[in-house]
Design a protein around this ligand. Structure first.
Ligand SMILES: [Fe+2]
Ligand SMILES: [Fe+2]
Length: 303
């Protein structure tokens, strides 16, 4: 059974949350590079037995830096998408307009937060770690798809954030407190976004027949394939960053294992946790049960 959300309730929930970028990063609030940033369920560094404890910690932090940078990237397409969705109906439902503009404003704030984090990470970590991009090229490639496919991708990303935080970050006492604080502040606003995404998907699917809905779902799958290509590149960047940070070059066998296991870790982080999220599947099923079955038929590759 699909939960029913409303623009008015999402706006009301978001209006009681107040944080500024300056409140949660900078000054005394520093990253501690002695602590892990990412939960092991997403980082999967322990599987790499050829790394010592210090190298596993470095890789965990490299993955943490990439995690926030990749969120920054995807939010750069979510921001114009939400604005474009709001624009054609500026008169009518005032709650709709205000909830969507609030959503866009929060994403703009998150983009700035992630940029600030990237600067701090570079200063604290001491080694430059490359991340896929540039954001505007990725945003243009994603926004060239059917809006329904883009909306399902956004829905996937924002429920994925919920899952990561609630399942493996919230009660994890090992993570760096500053990094965890960034994830918490981000998550608390994403709760409303995931509900608004559900409303966007429903409105974009309204009036489409099953074939037209399924064509939007195929575009969501195409965007997933595009993201998967980016993740393969990110794994290469992470390997280079780890070698630079540790001062050790891995041998060919170790590199092959790194690529295989870290690609799967990245796939689970950014694709599997969204594609198998019960709320995403419920929304797809509500469009048509065929859409849910189609996504379920391929999600195993990303888990
Ligand atoms: Fe965000
Ligand atoms: Fe968001």
């Amino acid at each position: 059974m699909l939960d029913r959300y409303s623009y008015q309730a999402a706006l009301a929930a978001s209006e009681v949350i107040h944080w500024r970028v300056e409140d949660i990063i900078g000054g005394e609030k520093l990253l501690d590079v002695n602590n892990p940033f990412m939960p092991e369920s997403l980082a999967r560094v322990e599987e790499l037995a050829f790394l010592d404890d210090e190298e596993k910690l470095l890789l965990n932090q490299i993955r943490g830096n990439a995690y926030l940078s990749i969120f920054g990237l995807v939010e750069e397409f979510i921001l114009p998408f939400v604005l474009d969705h709001a624009r054609p109906q500026l008169s009518g439902d005032d709650y709709r307009v205000r909830a969507l503009l609030q959503f866009a404003g929060e994403e703009a704030k998150h983009i700035q937060l992630f940029k600030r984090f990237a600067q701090e990470f570079e200063e604290g970590f001491g080694v430059q770690c490359q991340v896929i991009g540039p954001p505007d090229a990725i945003a243009s490639a994603i926004l060239a798809h059917d809006p329904l496919g883009v909306a399902i991708t956004t829905l996937h990303i924002e429920w994925m954030v919920q899952r990561h935080y609630l399942d493996s970050i919230k009660d994890n006492q090992r993570l760096d407190p500053q990094f965890k604080s960034l994830l918490k502040h981000h998550w608390i606003e994403e709760v409303q976004h995931a509900k608004l995404d559900t409303l966007m998907v429903e409105s974009l699917a309204a009036g489409r027949n099953e074939e037209q809905v399924l064509s939007g779902v195929e575009e969501y799958i195409d965007i997933g394939g595009f993201i998967d290509g980016g993740l393969k590149q990110q794994v290469e960047f992470d390997l280079e960053s780890l070698e630079r940070a540790s001062g050790r070059e891995l041998n060919d066998e170790q590199k092959a294992e790194f690529r295989r296991k870290q690609l799967q870790a990245n796939r689970w982080t950014y694709l599997g946790t969204g594609m198998t999220h019960p709320k995403v599947l419920a929304t797809l099923e509500d469009l048509t049960p065929v859409a849910r079955r189609r996504v379920e038929s391929i999600s195993g590759v990303f888990c």
